[in-house]
Write a protein that binds this ligand. Structure first.
Ligand code: GLN
Length: 261
């Protein structure tokens, strides 16, 4: 009798376990990874401290990665990070090959015609950088028609360099795929100046002390936002809600401190 009872109890337990195992997937809330959708998010990784590659792990890293990952966790979606040229980001979003751009992208009016931007999360601006010790160039006004000036492809810095070339102010606008190579060219004198975002140029200065310096004033006002395909309000609402939650619960400040202090 006693044995039969135990067998019966074990059978019931086994059935309960099987039942739980079968329904477990369906009942796990999305926030725990159950039916969590996966979005493809892209960045160009020569833009520290926003978008870079961790030297040890060789994984994509930076302020944008940490902030977007925190938003995804809060909003119950998963991310697959991909790396591409900056000029390829908007076309990839328009074509539906990626879902999100998280790449220190200025939410300009021109880009807003093609994609939708989240609430902006960082105020930035362009600056001119020169090789350390250059005494000829003290601001953008000192650039001359015998000079080559660099910018990164698809960026507002490249737009400005191109404009300076087209108006005859400089001799050539040299457009780079990655900022790492542009910084090297600035150091070795292949270009006289580089037009790039202030926080990123500062980051390169910190990692190579005494190599390059910033001259003159900040040239414009930019603000970075995450971008989604035009009309994808469902995803944009999640990103904005998650961003607000990260600001309210202090995670945004923590991430900011990690990368900027
Ligand atoms: N300010 C630039 C832009 O949005 C820089 C972007 C970048 O290189 N990641 O065009």
């Amino acid at each position: 009798m006693e044995k039969k009872k135990i067998v019966a109890i074990l059978l019931v337990l086994a059935m309960m376990l099987t039942f739980t195992a079968c329904t477990g997937g369906k009942e796990t809330p999305a926030a725990e990874g159950g039916d969590a959708p996966t979005y493809k998010v892209a960045m160009e990784p020569t833009f520290p401290p926003f978008d870079t590659i961790d030297e040890e792990t060789q994984e994509l890293a930076g302020f944008d990665v940490d902030l977007m990952n925190a938003i995804a966790e809060d909003q119950g979606f998963k991310l697959e990070w991909v790396n591409m040229g900056f000029d390829g980001l908007i076309p990839a979003l328009e074509a539906g090959n990626i879902d999100i751009i998280a790449s220190g992208m200025n939410a300009s009016e021109e880009r807003r015609e093609k994609v939708d931007f989240s609430t902006t999360y960082y105020d930035s601006g362009l600056v001119v950088a020169v090789k350390a010790g250059n005494t000829d160039i003290k601001s953008i006004d000192d650039l001359t028609p015998d000079m080559k000036v660099g910018g990164q492809i698809g960026t507002t810095g490249a737009d400005l360099a191109t404009e300076l070339f087209e108006t005859g102010k400089i001799g050539e606008a040299k457009i780079y795929n990655g900022l790492d190579v542009a910084i090297m060219d600035l150091q070795n004198g292949a270009i006289a100046a580089l037009i790039n975002d202030l926080p990123v140029t500062k980051s390169y200065m910190d990692s190579k002390p005494g190599a390059i310096e910033i001259v003159g004033d900040v040239l414009n006002a930019e603000a970075y936002g995450f971008a989604v395909k035009k009309g994808n309000t469902e995803l944009l609402d999640k990103i904005n809600a998650g961003m607000q939650n990260m600001i309210d619960n202090g995670t945004f400040d923590e991430i900011y401190k990690k990368w900027f202090e």
